[in-house]
Each structure stands twice: as structure tokens, then as C-alpha cells.
Design a protein around this ligand. Structure first.
Ligand code: FE
Ligand code: FE
Ligand code: ZN
Length: 277
């Protein structure tokens, strides 16, 4: 079986997200830990978080996949941006501990001219400063499209960062289907081969979540423009094969497709339909 859901707004609190996703028909979800421009966050109300935890258990939800801010860049050439990123990461991971056992996914970063090696070192060093033994949250590095100076466009770069992380049992990967395809991995005609390569390079045990998106562009385009399921270059048949692939069973699948509420409900329904066939 798979867990399926989409991004929700945290504006009305945590329990509200659980209830919204139940209404959508899904059994996992994602949210941005702060507004996309990286501003301040509202304080978390303990009772609200506890109510969500109860709801998740009662409704049989899978693990949740929080998303760090797009503005967080742990390997920017600008020291101020790096310091800012470290602050966001620290606060986000503290908050995640209120909801133990879930995932915190983020974009590894863009080295903005410093080079991949320096970038990977800065990302690993930031994570090692903030990740603590005994933490209940698993941090996920997202596979990226490899646009600009983005790090994480190859499995090898993700492996390199992971190899430098001290809390080995708390680091994993979130596989974004649009990004991976845009990065040049052909998940349409060679899904088995791509997943085998992932296993050889990183290990499938590290694959903890999927961002389930079609892509507006071709394999290797390095663009990162998401599309609705079945309306992009990956296509519905390939999306279905991904959702049903034996190596990905039991993982949370998060839709980040350009949709309104109704569109998300439809896609959730489609995916659950495949699962029941
Ligand atoms: Fe992302
Ligand atoms: Fe994504
Ligand atoms: Zn994307």
C-alpha cells in the first residue's frame, strides 16, 4: 500500500491539516514549516499538535513530510544567508520534535559559485551542528533537477552528503519524480534501472518519501516545472508504475502538482484507485 496526500497550509494549525486531508481522502500530507519567503513562524500550540497526533493515529495516517523553506540555503556563498539558513534549520527541527517520528525534507542548496565540493561540505556541516543523537525526526535531502548551481541533481552528490552526516539513522532521501526526471534519470522507460542505480549509489533503505509530480519538461531538461499527473512528459502510465513499484511500497507520496483543492482530491482518488486494483 501507499500513503498519499498533498501540501497543505499550516495557517489554521496542525489539527486542521489532519482534518483537511481526511476530507481530501488522503492519509499523509506535507506543509511548509514557514512561509515561502522565510519569514517568522507562528508559535506552535502544544494542544493543537497533540490533537493532530491523536487524529493521525486514529485515521491510520502514514508519516508526514514537512518541507523546509525554499529560501534556506545552507551552502550559499553569502555567509549571512548560510547563517540564516542554519537558524531556520535549528528552529524547524526543534518544532518537528513536537511531532515525533515524521520527516523533514529540504532542498540541499545551491552553491552559488563556490563549487560542489564546498557546497556539500557546508550542507553536511550545518546538518551535523543541528542534528542530535536521539532526535525523533528523520531529515530528508530532496533529489533535485540540477538547475543552476543546485546540489542534489545526482544520486552521487546526495550519497556524498549522507556519508558526512554523523546521525546516520536520521538522514534519508525524498525522491521527487519531476526533479529526478528533469535531472536526467529516465523513470519512464527505465524505472527499474533508475531505482537499481539509486540502490547501488545510496541504498533504497534511505529512500523514505516520494514527491509525486509530473513534469512540464523532458528528461534531462534541468528545469523543475511540475505538472498535474498525466498531463506532463512523464505521463499517467509511468506515474502509475512508480506508485505501484514494489521498492516504493509503504512510503508517503506527496503531490506537489499545480492544483486547487478539487484537483488534489481527484489525484488522491486516482492514486488510491491504482492501489486498490
Ligand atoms: Fe521541494
Ligand atoms: Fe519536491
Ligand atoms: Zn520542484
Amino acid at each position: 500500500m501507499i500513503y498519499i496526500g498533498c501540501h497543505l497550509s499550516v495557517t489554521d494549525g496542525y489539527e486542521a491539516m489532519g482534518k483537511t486531508m481526511r476530507r481530501f481522502g488522503g492519509n499523509t500530507f506535507a506543509w511548509f514549516t514557514r512561509n515561502p519567503r522565510g519569514g517568522r513562524t507562528k508559535p506552535v500550540v502544544q494542544e493543537d499538535v497533540d490533537a493532530l497526533r491523536l487524529h493521525l493515529e486514529k485515521e491510520g495516517f502514514g508519516p508526514l513530510v514537512a518541507h523546509g523553506s525554499y529560501t534556506m540555503n545552507l551552502c550559499s556563498a553569502k555567509e549571512e544567508t548560510r547563517a540564516n539558513g542554519l537558524d531556520m534549520l535549528t528552529q524547524d527541527l526543534e518544532r518537528m520534535e513536537l511531532l515525533p517520528g515524521n520527516y523533514y525534507n529540504f532542498h540541499p542548496g545551491a552553491h552559488t559559485g563556490q563549487g560542489t565540493e564546498t557546497g556539500m561540505e557546508q550542507i553536511a556541516s550545518a546538518l551535523n551542528q543541528v542534528m542530535k543523537p536521539g532526535m525523533k525526526t528523520t531529515v530528508l535531502l530532496e533529489t533535485m533537477a540540477g538547475k543552476g548551481s543546485e546540489i542534489g541533481g545526482t544520486f552521487e552528490e546526495l550519497r556524498e552528503i549522507i556519508s558526512r552526516i554523523e546521525c546516520k539513522d536520521r538522514i534519508g532521501v525524498c525522491f521527487d519524480t519531476c526533479h529526478t526526471w528533469d535531472a536526467g534519470y529516465d523513470i519512464v522507460s527505465d524505472l527499474d534501472g533508475v531505482l537499481q542505480h539509486f540502490d547501488d549509489v545510496i541504498g533504497l533503505s534511505k529512500l523514505k518519501a516520494v514527491h509525486f509530480n509530473d513534469s512540464k519538461n523532458g528528461c534531462g531538461s534541468h528545469k523543475d516545472r511540475h505538472e498535474k499527473l498525466g498531463q506532463g512528459c512523464i505521463g499517467m502510465e509511468a506515474m502509475k508504475r512508480i506508485a505501484l513499484h514494489p521498492s516504493l511500497q509503504g512510503l508517503p507520496f506527496i503531490l506537489e502538482t499545480p492544483n486547487d483543492d478539487e484537483g488534489y482530491m481527484k489525484e488522491i482518488h486516482t492514486v488510491l484507485g491504482w492501489d486498490r486494483e
